[in-house]
Ligand binder design. Structure first.
Ligand code: G
Ligand code: G
Ligand code: MN
Ligand code: NA
Length: 254
């Protein structure tokens, strides 16, 4: 049995697990959102992370089933969080790959998932990398349709692509996620700090929210606050957690 075959069967075999990493607002550090991150409980190899299998899944097409599983699980959890705590709902960010957006049925699958799970559109944010869509007018149209539903659109790993500025103009973006490579250098490398400063200022002018990824230390948090970043995510606050562990983390942290 090959790795590829096991991967194709992983969703149906109930081997996929969705963990959630908190996203906190600045300056209040309130947790208002989480990012869904898939893991694969492999029958022989143990717990695998996306870096171990997402590329393969994109190559073989298994990403379609994996993406649908993660979307459904994340929506079910978001609906449950809102029900349990109507005054403090959590938006759930779900990573979507190019292959998913390439499919004609993607918009209907989102509509169906929201309806089936009782999830409000505003509680879902789709995360994509800029290269995912720019060269496909059909994919951009689907993104607009999803945005018109009230689902948020986030650009992941922002600043690392070849067309960051074009993507802001061409896509209906609500949130920019500043790549962690800039955050890593922000305190000590002036050019990294300048890039963050420019992204934050540009996004403010365009009415786009910003989230800085990979925040590990207080000095980074303070600098990001000074530069006007709208939110933070990273090990300083929490690693990705199971839904059960997230509930405990929220009880302790808000
Ligand atoms: O949790 P980890 O740091 O290993 O995640 C690495 C990357 O894997 C994430 O930044 C994200 O881009 C990708 N990823 C995680 N979960 C999913 C998923 O459900 N679908 C897709 N397409 N990518 C994911
Ligand atoms: O979607 P994306 O590829 O950006 O997912 C974020 C990834 O970055 C996750 O796989 C997560 O495990 C990882 N990550 C999250 N916070 C931190 C952090 O503070 N430091 C580092 N080095 N990695 C992080
Ligand atoms: Mn992401
Ligand atoms: Na990212």
């Amino acid at each position: 049995v090959t790795f590829e075959w096991q991967l194709a069967a992983a969703a149906a075999a109930n081997e996929l697990v969705v963990h959630y990493q908190p996203i906190l607002d600045l300056p209040g550090l309130q947790c208002t959102a989480v990012e869904a991150l898939v893991r694969w409980q492999h029958p022989e190899r143990g717990l695998l992370y996306p870096g171990d299998f997402i590329d393969v899944a994109e190559r073989t097409g298994a990403i379609i089933g994996i993406g649908a599983f993660v979307m459904r699980r994340a929506c079910l959890d978001a609906a449950a969080w809102r029900k349990a705590n109507p005054g403090a709902p959590l938006a759930v960010h779900v990573n979507v790959s190019a292959h998913e957006l390439d499919r004609e049925g993607f918009v209907d699958s989102i509509i169906g998932c929201l309806a089936d799970t009782g999830t409000l559109a505003k509680d879902l944010v789709v995360e994509l990398t800029e290269t995912v869509v720019l060269d496909s007018p059909a994919a951009i149209g689907r993104l607009r349709a999803i945005g018109a539903l009230g689902v948020g659109i986030a650009l992941d790993d922002f600043g690392t692509g070849y067309a960051s500025l074009t993507s802001l103009r061409a896509l209906p973006v609500d949130v920019v996620k500043i790549d962690m490579s800039f955050v890593a250098g922000a305190v000590s490398i002036p050019s990294d700090r300048s890039v963050i400063e420019a992204i934050v200022r540009l996004c403010a002018q365009l009415g786009i929210a910003t989230v800085a990824e990979g925040v590990e230390r207080l000095d980074q948090e303070r600098l990001l606050g000074d530069l006007g970043a709208g939110g933070v995510q990273g090990y300083r606050y929490s690693r990705p957690l199971s839904a059960a562990d997230l509930t405990g983390w929220l009880a302790d942290n808000r």
